[in-house]
Design a binder for this molecule. Structure first.
Ligand code: PLP
Length: 347
């Protein structure tokens, strides 16, 4: 077995960092109401949380304008990405993704018996929907659209994506991962849930891990056609996986607009500060529609990461389009200042 990299060590256990900017978490959450709900439910946590699960899916269904049979929840969206890989790429089917994009689903598919078709991004680092559509063939099980895209934090045009979903979903299932949609100015307008309501073969995945600040509490869900939800149920354990504490926290915090708006404001202030630091040091960046920013480095990415970790700042490096890149998650202002101080020493 090989030694863990610093990044992996942080993701796997405690690690003394001044700035934890490597997993697109939200350090402003969870909300006070969510934390209180966790404390309040402890006395009843000997009970299985079936009722809490259906109460929460009822709330989500009402907000999204769908039925509860259109929703399936699990402990984060990760188990649902795995379920999609299992269901749609068995028998050697292919999954089409952007490159780079979030690779959990396609790499799981590849570890099973699926095939992964990677389609480079456009010149402005967005998913190339036309090129992705051109790759769809009789063996395509799934087209995975991460919007906003991780790791580039870019969004595709909503009308273009709707037209794409309408056409492509006739040939293969379209999976739209909306983990970061809550960071857009009008998430409901940008969401592909409207395509599901119009009857198309589309799956939307959401998570509480980002704007809600629940990455450690674990809660995610998909919205899709009832038949699709049934197919997924074979591969998930739902109420047996999600804890009463997490469900109670989500019931207290779902659509808690004051908290969500406040988090967005703080995230945007930290992001503007990061942009100003990068500009001052003479660096470009990809304008971000999420809680992380990608920028090209002027040195080897692995060396840069290691030097930043030595200075107590966790970030992630990438290599694509022949360049080394750094992805910085947006944290508290003190974390961004720690990033700036360490970055100045290296740039
Ligand atoms: N989808 C995307 C695009 C992500 O970036 C992440 C995590 O960073 C996930 C899904 C998985 O999130 P979770 O399992 O916490 O819901």
């Amino acid at each position: 077995t090989r030694a863990l990299t610093d990044q992996e060590a942080v993701l796997n256990g405690p690690f003394d960092l001044k700035a934890r900017l490597l997993a697109n978490e939200n350090p402003f959450g969870p909300s006070a109401a969510a934390k209180k709900a966790i404390a309040d439910v402890i006395d009843k946590s000997y009970q299985y949380p079936f009722m809490l699960l259906s109460q929460l899916s009822g709330k989500i269904a009402a907000y999204e304008g769908v039925a509860q049979k259109n929703i399936l929840m699990d402990a984060g969206s990760t188990p649902l990405l795995l379920a999609a890989a299992l269901n749609y790429t068995k028998g050697g089917k292919n999954v089409i993704t952007g490159d780079p994009s979030y690779d959990d689903l396609p790499s799981r598919a590849e570890e099973l018996d699926g095939k992964w078709i990677k389609v480079p991004l456009t010149a402005d680092y967005k998913l190339d929907l036309d090129a992705m559509e051109a790759k769809v063939d009789a063996n395509t099980g799934l087209v995975y659209i991460c919007n906003p895209n991780n790791p580039t934090a870019t969004v595709v045009d909503t009308e273009k994506l709707k037209a794409f979903c309408e056409r492509v979903s006739k040939k293969a299932t379209v999976f739209v991962d909306e983990a970061y949609i809550d960071y857009l100015p009008d998430p409901q307008a940008a969401s592909m849930v409207s395509m599901i309501k119009a009857g198309h073969n589309v799956i939307v995945a959401r998570t509480f891990s980002k704007l809600y600040g629940f990455a450690g509490l674990r809660l995610g869900y998909i919205i899709s056609q009832p038949d699709t939800i049934k197919a997924f149920e074979k591969y998930t354990t739902q109420a047996w996986s999600i804890s009463a504490t997490t469900l109670s926290a989500a019931l207290a915090g779902y659509r808690e607009t004051d908290f969500l708006n406040d988090t967005l404001k703080k995230t945007n202030a930290s992001k503007e500060y990061l942009y100003s630091v990068l500009k001052k040091e003479g660096y470009d960046y990809i304008p971000s529609s999420a809680n992380f920013v990608m920028f090209p480095l002027k040195m080897d990415g692995k060396k840069f990461s290691a030097e930043m970790f030595k200075r107590g700042v966790g970030i992630r490096d990438w290599k694509f389009n022949g360049k080394d890149w750094c992805r910085v998650s947006i944290g508290r202002m003190d974390e961004m200042e720690a990033f700036a101080a360490a970055f100045k020493e290296l740039s």
